[in-house]
Write a protein that binds this ligand. Structure first.
Ligand code: SF4
Length: 366
């Protein structure tokens, strides 16, 4: 692997993109960038990273941040659990590590939201420790170059990849080596149409020799996407609209939304049954008796493996006072203030469908 190591490092030093976090030496900034980059494209992350560091320039600022402000800054980046984990981890760094990010993988792994990839990335890039990383780009590159025939997410393949990455990273400039692997996977050994002709690794690449490099990495057939159905209601009172905040756990935890509930496929088939379920559900979650009015529209949204079909209705409160058994908070929000609360892409789509927000201008990759 010595030869490959040299090739990758030379390639990286010549071709690497000038990204803001690559100019940073502060472990905190590197940790933030690595967290943002999980499941999100580099181009999308750049403005978020810059705004985030301006608002929370160090671990203390993040630990003390107002959660609403934090989630607003994360708005549109998706996978909001990452933001909440960052803050919990910052609080732990302040209380248990004297405000300094630990420099060893086993200690980094104690922080909420820090898995083997992030721990390896921070330890190698910020602290120059020879710790391996394997993300999608690295896995694809190594699987192609070495012709790994096991299914890429299998235990056997995972163990093999981490072992090889560990061999590769041992030596000078471990942070650069890890970044070289990721950058190479992202720019040269791309998922579709890899640049084999100009690839400096082509001579010994098994996937290229097979004549069909895209056959690697070996993957199970596409994960099936499940369908979920839900309904939500829009209450208006004196020019303000009712938003509720989800409990912290689970999908979209801690975010604001219109009140509603999941419904079954059978209930969703008819407007009458959808309305009945929504009425009963709002009585339970908010303690309100309501009348569900005409339908506004339907919004569809793809989470990683779930496709949501959400029907929206206008509604009015006929009796009761808001209680919070199904939510943690509620707020009547004027139209001009909706933008600042519209933290999830889904809520933005919903408000757009209700004609309360202008058309979506930034939809992140999914
Ligand atoms: S030769 Fe092609 S498949 Fe092999 S590492 Fe290079 S870009 Fe990837």
């Amino acid at each position: 692997m010595k030869r490959e190591r040299g090739i990758l490092l030379r390639w990286y030093r010549k071709h690497r993109r000038d990204l803001p976090w690559r100019r940073a030496r502060d472990p905190y900034a590197i940790w933030v960038s690595e967290t943002m980059l999980q499941q999100t494209r580099v181009e999308t992350v750049i403005p978020y990273y810059e705004r985030f560091l301006t608002a929370f320039p160090d671990v203390h600022a993040l630990a003390d941040a107002n959660t609403d402000t934090l989630l607003e800054l994360w708005s549109g980046l998706g996978y909001y659990r990452r933001a909440r984990n960052l803050q919990s981890a910052a609080q732990k760094i302040v209380t248990q590590f004297g405000g300094n990010l630990p420099d060893q993988v086993h200690l980094l792994r104690e922080l909420p939201g820090v898995g083997p990839y992030t721990a390896g990335a921070v330890a190698s890039i910020a602290f120059d420790r020879p710790e391996p990383i394997v993300d999608g780009n690295v896995a694809r590159l190594l699987a192609r170059y070495l012709g790994i025939s096991e299914e890429i997410t299998s235990r056997a393949a995972t163990e093999k990849l981490w072992k090889i990455a560990g061999t590769l990273v041992a030596g000078e400039s471990p942070g650069d080596l890890n970044q070289a692997l990721m950058e190479f996977g992202s720019l040269v050994c791309t998922p579709r149409a890899p640049q084999c002709k100009v690839c400096p690794l082509k001579r010994k690449c098994v996937a290229r020799q097979s004549g069909n490099p895209e056959a690697f990495p070996v993957k199970n057939k596409r994960t099936t996407i499940s369908q979920i159905y839900a309904g939500a209601v829009l209450f208006e009172r004196a020019g303000k609209y009712l938003l509720v905040r989800r409990k912290a756990e689970g999908l979209l935890g801690g975010l604001w939304e219109l009140p509603g509930s999941e419904i079954t496929l059978r209930e969703s088939a008819q407007v009458r049954t959808t309305k009945t379920t929504l009425r009963d559900s709002i009585a339970k979650s908010l303690g309100l008796q309501i009348k569900v009015l005409p339908k506004i529209g339907t919004v569809e949204h793809l989470f990683s493996h779930r496709h949501l079909v959400l029907q929206l209705f206008r509604a009015e409160i006929t009796d009761g006072k808001i209680q919070h058994s199904g939510y943690v908070a509620h707020r009547w929000v004027a139209r001009r203030d909706l933008e600042s609360l519209a933290q999830s892409t889904l809520l933005r789509k919903v408000l757009h469908c209700c004609k309360l927000l202008p058309r979506e201008t930034h939809v992140r990759k999914r």
